[in-house]
Design a protein around this ligand. Structure first.
Ligand SMILES: [Zn+2]
Ligand SMILES: [Zn+2]
Length: 273
């Protein structure tokens, strides 16, 4: 079974070009039976180049119920949201997350020192690798400690997605204390770690020698008692839904992962891989 629970449409995410009809068509052709729509919601986005902000939650709920009517019976469409975190927006995220009947709530850290990583090439990539990774993962940990109302921490490796250095791979050994704090925050709150296959796809497109997340990161999460893992292709275009899923399943199995999960009505549903 395949569940791809992190995706965007052009109807509510300004950086996406796929329509809901294209997303549904791709899901059918790729044999993906559970699809999450997780539109961007970035309150008080400080990046002057970024047009991702917020949207009307009631409008989203109304639109989503129309989308559900288009869905074939054997495809489960999940209503989700992806909040962009900043320290001062934790309370707004908690409040907004409980204001609608979401199936899943994803938390993300898209910023590094106030700029979206997408635009931050000059600033953050000049820093020593370990310093950059420690700062980013520490912020992921803070995010999971400060926000209460969420289910999944997304793309922990986002910091390198647009890094032109092909040897920039994020390793557990770069910042073990920050990773342990991040995992402790997730595990003690029964939250889920996402493996984002868009990161794998982007790393391969750049020519990185190792495209999979560092095995020590996954091993440490499992060793600390982490059980909840989800997969998302973070698709913004119809051609990347479910991208790299087969090889990621195989990779995770080789590390001892036997179950993945998706969220329905804010509760995890596990399935074997
Ligand atoms: Zn994201
Ligand atoms: Zn996303």
């Amino acid at each position: 079974m395949k569940a791809d629970i992190h995706n965007h449409t052009c109807h509510f995410s300004p950086d996406a070009s796929e329509t809901i009809d294209e997303l549904i068509t791709s899901a059918i052709s790729e044999g993906i039976s559970v699809v999450g729509v997780t539109e961007h919601y970035e309150y008080d986005n400080p990046d002057p180049d970024d047009d991702i902000t917020t949207f009307d939650i009631n409008d989203y709920c109304r639109t989503f119920s129309e989308w559900e009517k288009k869905c074939p019976e054997d495809l489960t469409l999940l209503m989700g949201i992806e909040f962009g975190y900043q320290t001062h927006t934790a309370a707004v995220i908690d409040e907004t997350a409980q204001s609608a009947p979401f199936d899943l709530v994803i938390l993300s850290n898209h910023l590094f020192r106030g700029r979206d990583v997408y635009y931050a090439a000059d600033g953050c990539y000049d820093l020593p690798k370990k310093q950059r990774h420690n700062e980013y993962i520490s912020k992921m940990a803070e995010m999971c400690e400060k926000v209460t109302n969420f289910d999944i921490a997304a793309h922990f490796d986002y910091i390198n997605r647009y890094n032109p250095d092909v040897n920039c791979r994020l390793l557990y050994e770069d910042c073990p204390a920050a990773f342990d704090r991040f995992f402790e925050a997730l595990i003690s709150r029964e939250k889920c770690l996402e493996i984002n296959t868009r990161s794998i796809y982007k790393a391969r497109a750049k020519g990185c020698p190792d495209v999979m997340p560092d095995s020590e990161i996954i091993r440490r999460y499992l060793a600390m008692g982490g059980k909840l893992i989800s997969l998302g292709s973070d698709s913004h275009t119809p051609d990347t839904l479910g991208i790299c899923f087969d090889e990621t399943y195989e990779y995770l199995r080789s590390l001892g992962v036997r179950e993945l999960c998706y969220y329905k009505d804010r509760s995890p549903v596990t399935f074997s891989i």
